[in-house]
Design a protein around this ligand. Structure first.
Ligand SMILES: C[S@@+](CC[C@H](N)C(=O)[O-])C[C@H]1O[C@@H](n2cnc3c(N)ncnc32)[C@H](O)[C@@H]1O
Length: 262
């Protein structure tokens, strides 16, 4: 039997291809790993993301890089009647989301979320059509953060909100060595046991420690044209939820474009 060479971001033609392929491999165990790595706290942060998006029934939410749909489902739970599109370029991740939705559909007969294949750098939606755009653990993975932000701002209606949850390099302090140990030793070991994909959970700490600081990401959001930008840290400063608003007020003409999207 020949050993397959391990895939790493450097052995793939580009980082986006690595990310897409890697999430495809870990899809079936992704949710379990999230719960374990965050001690179940990720659910609380996603609730906070949705609250920051300030959505109302009948409104439109785009959850980019939706993965297995945790934020999209939470949004529908908090705001019944919300219209939600979950978009991602890793189809196996969205298959898990679709299975979860089938269970909901069987229970109450509604089809609350539309799942669509899309690259976050080229969103297939018109300008100004969403009341909010959310994402979880996306920006750490994209090759061009300013371009991804511009694209999300483009599809937001004036006054609409962008809210994003991601890991963030831990701040300086006494706990930093322990946080590094958790990221570099515990997470890869857990990832190997639970998913059998050690590289994916070595990539997570590497991409976290190499990611923009929370202040830098807030700066990029301002550069992309957002106002009222802010963020809040969680879990010893290793997670952050950032938010911002597109200047202006809603334009009802644009919103007609969305009819029929779900
Ligand atoms: C860590 S998962 C996060 C999933 C989900 N948002 C959550 O909060 O659990 C990152 C997701 O981003 C997606 N992703 C990364 N880059 C992307 C891109 N350029 N376009 C679309 N999806 C992307 C991956 O396919 C993956 O499903």
């Amino acid at each position: 039997m020949t050993n397959q060479p391990e895939k790493t971001p450097d052995s793939m033609p580009d980082r986006a291809a690595y990310v897409q392929e890697m999430f495809g491999r870990i899809a079936s165990r992704y949710d379990l790993m999230n719960r374990l790595m965050t001690f179940g706290q990720d659910r609380r942060w996603r609730r906070f993301v949705v609250r920051q998006a300030a959505l109302s029934p009948g409104g439109w939410l785009l959850d980019v890089a939706t993965g297995t749909g945790d934020i999209a489902f939470e949004a529908r739970r908090q705001v019944p009647g919300l219209r939600v599109i979950g978009a991602d370029f890793a189809i196996p991740m969205m298959r898990v989301a679709i299975q979860r939705m089938d269970t909901i559909q069987r229970a109450n007969g509604t089809k609350p979320i539309s799942w669509q294949a899309a690259d976050t750098l080229r969103l297939p939606y018109g300008e100004g059509v969403f009341d909010a755009v959310t994402s979880g653990y996306l920006f750490r993975n994209v090759t061009d953060i300013p371009a991804a932000l511009r694209e999300q701002v483009r599809v937001l209606r004036p006054g609409g909100r962008l809210v994003t949850l991601d890991t963030t390099p831990p701040p300086r302090g006494l706990l930093r060595p322990f946080i590094h140990m958790y990221l570099k030793l515990v997470i890869p070991a857990l990832g190997r046991i639970i998913t059998g994909q050690a590289d994916a959970y070595r990539y997570l700490p590497e991409s976290t420690l190499g990611f923009r600081t929370a202040d830098e990401l807030a700066g990029l959001m301002c550069d992309a044209g957002l106002i009222d930008v802010g963020y809040r840290r969680f879990m010893l400063g290793t997670m952050a939820v950032h938010w911002g608003r597109k200047p202006g007020f809603a334009n009802s003409a644009n919103r007609a474009i969305k009819n029929g999207a779900l």
